[in-house]
Design a protein around this ligand. Structure first.
Ligand code: APR
Length: 261
């Protein structure tokens, strides 16, 4: 049962979504928390537990890709990051499913995610930009081509790009690594085109993703946040739905669909 304030704000949010011409979503780790994947910051966060990676991560990788891959393969073999198993067990939760449904009914026109877990696609979303990449893909540093991770055995390290021979890395964007230009271009274009953005489960502290809602806002768009906590974006939001994504997002979708003409 939702509290009266949340219920009232939900009605306002549903009205704003219904009136909008082009709704876009930006999601962060919070949307996958109810799928059993830890966030990065705050209680139980990965960076809270292990410390935030160095901004030199990407530089270290490019300086010696073979050493990086050998260390990573050893970490996986020794199960040094038990949280990696959470990704294998994770299933889309009601938030992912509600966002996919909003796309199916033509309400949500594009979804930009900072998550690398692939759960939005598994929930049925199709119009997705993975601005921080995807953990199930490798990407060539030379030609930018992306390949399914399962197609590689990692016997030869670093793995090489089949067409061009370039060094492959996980598609997941490292600290210190530029966002792949194709993803950033699409994300910015969608944020500029939107007249309403749903910001779901992000602390909004990492750039350039955190700038995307401001692009929508500067064009007069409405920013609606779904997060149990305040975030760095809260002050810029027109409406903040203080609750868990897995609870609030389906409620919002139901209100939007229930009275959509
Ligand atoms: N529903 C909605 N939001 C939630 C939930 C939930 N059930 N649980 C937690 N949250 C919120 C937290 O309050 C927080 O604001 O999700 C947010 C998670 O913040 P972060 O852990 O910082 O994750 P994110 O914002 O996605 O981080 C951005 O930082 O390290 C990089 O590449 C990493 O993509 C990541 C980026």
């Amino acid at each position: 049962m939702l509290g009266p304030d949340l219920a009232r704000t939900l009605d306002l949010a549903a009205a704003a979504v219904r009136q909008a011409r082009y709704v876009v979503a930006l999601t962060g780790a919070g949307v996958s928390v109810e799928s059993g994947i830890a966030p990065f910051r705050g209680p139980g966060g990965i960076w809270t537990k292990y410390g935030e990676p160095s901004p030199l991560d990407f530089k270290r990788f490019t300086a010696d890709p073979r050493a990086w891959w050998e260390s990573r393969v050893a970490d996986e073999r020794e199960n040094r990051r038990p949280e990696w198993k959470d990704f294998e067990r994770a299933q889309p939760n009601p938030a992912h499913i509600a966002l996919a449904r909003l796309e199916l009914t033509g309400v949500l026109r594009h979804l930009i995610t900072q998550n690398v877990d692939g759960l939005h696609a598994r929930a049925g979303s199709r119009r997705i930009t993975e601005i921080h990449g995807n953990r199930y893909r490798l990407r060539c540093l030379d030609c930018g081509e992306r390949f399914p991770r399962h197609e590689f055995t990692f016997e030869q390290l670093p793995p090489r790009c089949p067409p061009c021979g370039g060094v492959l890395k996980f598609d997941t964007v490292m600290f210190g690594e530029p966002i792949p230009p194709d993803a950033l271009r699409t994300a910015r274009a969608e944020a500029l085109r939107a007249d309403c953005m749903l910001v779901v489960g992000t602390s909004a502290v990492v750039h350039p993703a955190a700038e995307l809602p401001m692009l929508t806002r500067q064009n007069g768009g409405v920013i609606i946040e779904i997060n149990p906590e305040e975030s760095a974006l809260t002050r810029a939001c027109h409406l903040s739905l203080r609750g868990a994504a897995g609870v609030v997002t389906p409620e919002l979708a139901a209100l939007v669909e229930g009275v959509r003409d």
